[in-house]
Design a protein around this ligand. Sequence first.
Ligand SMILES: Cc1ncc(COP(=O)(O)O)c(C=O)c1O
Length: 426
Amino acid sequence: MPDYPFFFTWSAQQAAKPIEITGGDRAHFTTSDGGTWLDLGALSYQVNAGHGRQRIVEAIKAQADKLCLSSPNAVFPAKVELAERLLALAGPGYANGGKVFFTLGGAEANENALKIARQVTSRLKLISRYRSYHGASMGALTLTGDWRRAPFEPGIPGVVHVQDCYCDRCPFGQRVETCKRECATNIGATMALEGARGTAAVILEPVPGANGVLVPPAEYWPIVRRACDADGALLIADEVLTGFGRTGTAFGFQHWDVVPDMITCAKGLASGYATIGAVLVHERIARHFDANVLACGLTYYAHPTACAAALETLNLYADEGSFANAARLGPVLRAELERVAARLPGVTSFVRSLGLLGVLEVEASPAAWATLGKELAARQLSLHVDGKRGTAIFAPPLCITEEELVGGLRSFGDAAALAFAPGALA
Ligand SMILES: Cc1ncc(COP(=O)(O)O)c(C=O)c1O
């Protein structure tokens, strides 16, 4: 590999695996070596609209021609319309009187959500989960529970991590059929132990994504909502990965009967065609800043071309029924993953999914996971494989067809059977 004059992320530089993407079409992308890959991972989970969507590119160009520079307090049509559309997607409590704080990505969205929570409540503590990822900036990384937090501890003060909603390997030693949803009630108990009325916010991914697609039981979010209400803490849904149709609804929390106080989003917001994120703030929280200073700001707040890209992405979702497509294909993804698991007799494996977000978790040796990686590369299948955590995560563009999805999953099944066949296990 050439010694590139820039860093690759989350990697020892010598171990990085560069990829030169040259273009793409919906669920496929092409590479400079002539390859055409089926993208079952939406690159870094952001390409919900799919590759090569010219209408988004055209919207960016048209906006750049019209107005390409702005300042944080500038007002222009794309900014106003985008905010209105986002609040409408978030639903009751947001659509009338809610407000949007724009950012450049997901970490910044969480960073600003925690600042808003602390300003509104005048409290310090923040509760998040161990198997979570909330971004790489210092506050978001402290909220993060996975391995990426460790090198930067203690991070920002006041963050408390709690156990996960991991039904297949319940940290409370329970079974989902008979448990009392200890994973959810434990959050209220933790708030009390941390000092009643000391918690500014609880921040959760509706379905923890990169840490294993840990789909919660239906009661989980409502129990956490009630605990937050009882304590006066805010509830933040980190929808950076789950937002914009990934799980079959506009936002993941909409699967359950809850309304969070803030929603953070990025990735699918402009589907990767521009760098933009947002904090959607519930009306009753937003009102606080009518008379109090909002101590948050960014030079590139709501950049015009990013707003135009996001707006056109939302138009595309609406025109193509992208969220409904994810809901329709969810059971197909699930059935195909179960079919793969059935091809691995004698191997401990779990399947979890919601909409077009799914995981096959497999107990296997590092060598078996390395073999899987090679087999996937040979088949030009791109998805998120994490051998250390034993997961292969699926999150294709929402425009994927049933035929592409089934074909891709069957091909993945061939690779998995080869890699995880008992003979390949250490
Ligand atoms: C749930 C979640 N939150 C936050 C982030 C951070 O987003 P960004 O990389 O845009 O800062 C990610 C990124 O993977 C994520 O999955």
